[in-house]
Design a protein around this ligand. Structure first.
Ligand code: GRF
Length: 203
C-alpha cells in the first residue's frame, strides 16, 4: 500500500447496504480511505445508487457485457490497476472471484459473511440459506465474520467476528435483519483497523 491514502475498490451485486455503510464512514472520516471504483455484475443493482451518490466510478461487468471470460477478467484487472486499488471489498458480490484476481491481490480482498465461520460457509451459503441453516441447527448464537478471500469459498483467514444471541421466535428473516445491522458496523471497523495496521495483513 502507498503511504498517502488507501484506495478501496468494491465488488457488489445487489442491495449494497454494506457498501453504503462503508462509503458513509469514509465520507465521515471514520475510515481513512478513498473509494475509487465499484464493479457490479448487475446493472440494476441498488448499490449503484450509493456509488452515484458518493461519486464512485462504477462499471457493469458481467457475462453479458463480456461473454469471453478471459477478456472479462482482464478488463477487471485493468480497472483495478488503473484505479490503483489497495484493498478490494466484496460487499454482497454474488459471483466467485476469478483466481487471477485473487493472485493479483493476495491478502487484499476482504469479504463479510453473515454467520460465524467456519460454520455455515461454503458454496450455496448465502442470503436466507445461511440463516435457515443456523435455525435448523438449533444454534444459540450467530453473527458476522470478516475474512480474507481465497480461492475457496469462506475459507480465508478470519479477521474479526461479532456475535448475537438467537432469541426464541427468531426466524431466518429476523436473524438476517439483526446480523445485517452488525455487519454495517463490523465491516467498517475492520477496514479501518486494516488501514491503521491494527490488523496486519500478510504481504
Ligand atoms: C450481506 O448479508 C453480506 O453478509 C453478504 O451479502 C449480503 C450483502 O448485503 N456477503 P448488502 O448488499 O450489503 O445489503
Amino acid at each position: 500500500m502507498r503511504q498517502d491514502t488507501t484506495n478501496i475498490a468494491f465488488f457488489a451485486s445487489g442491495r449494497g447496504s454494506n457498501a453504503e455503510a462503508i462509503l458513509e464512514n469514509i465520507h465521515l472520516g471514520n475510515i481513512v480511505a478513498k473509494p475509487v471504483l465499484l464493479i457490479t455484475n448487475n446493472s440494476k443493482a441498488e448499490v449503484l445508487k450509493h456509488a452515484e451518490f458518493f461519486k464512485v466510478p462504477w462499471y457493469h461487468i458481467s457475462n453479458q457485457t463480456h461473454p469471453n471470460e478471459e477478456k472479462r477478467v482482464r478488463f477487471m484487472l485493468e480497472l483495478l490497476s488503473f484505479y490503483d486499488t489497495d484493498l478490494l471489498i466484496l460487499a454482497g458480490y454474488m459471483k466467485k472471484i476469478p483466481n487471477e484476481i485473487i493472485e493479483a491481490y493476495p491478502n487484499k480482498i476482504i469479504n463479510i459473511h453473515p454467520a460465524l465461520l467456519p460454520k455455515f460457509g461454503g458454496k450455496g451459503m448465502y442470503g436466507l440459506n445461511v440463516h435457515k441453516a443456523v435455525i435448523d441447527s438449533e444454534e444459540k448464537i450467530t453473527g458476522a465474520t470478516v475474512h480474507i478471500v481465497t480461492d475457496e469459498y469462506d475459507q480465508g483467514r478470519i479477521l474479526a467476528q461479532q456475535s448475537i444471541e438467537i432469541e426464541e421466535g427468531d426466524t431466518p428473516e429476523s436473524l438476517q435483519k439483526k446480523v445485517l445491522k452488525i455487519e454495517h458496523t463490523l465491516f467498517s471497523k475492520v477496514i479501518q483497523d486494516i488501514i491503521s495496521k491494527k490488523i496486519e495483513l500478510e504481504k
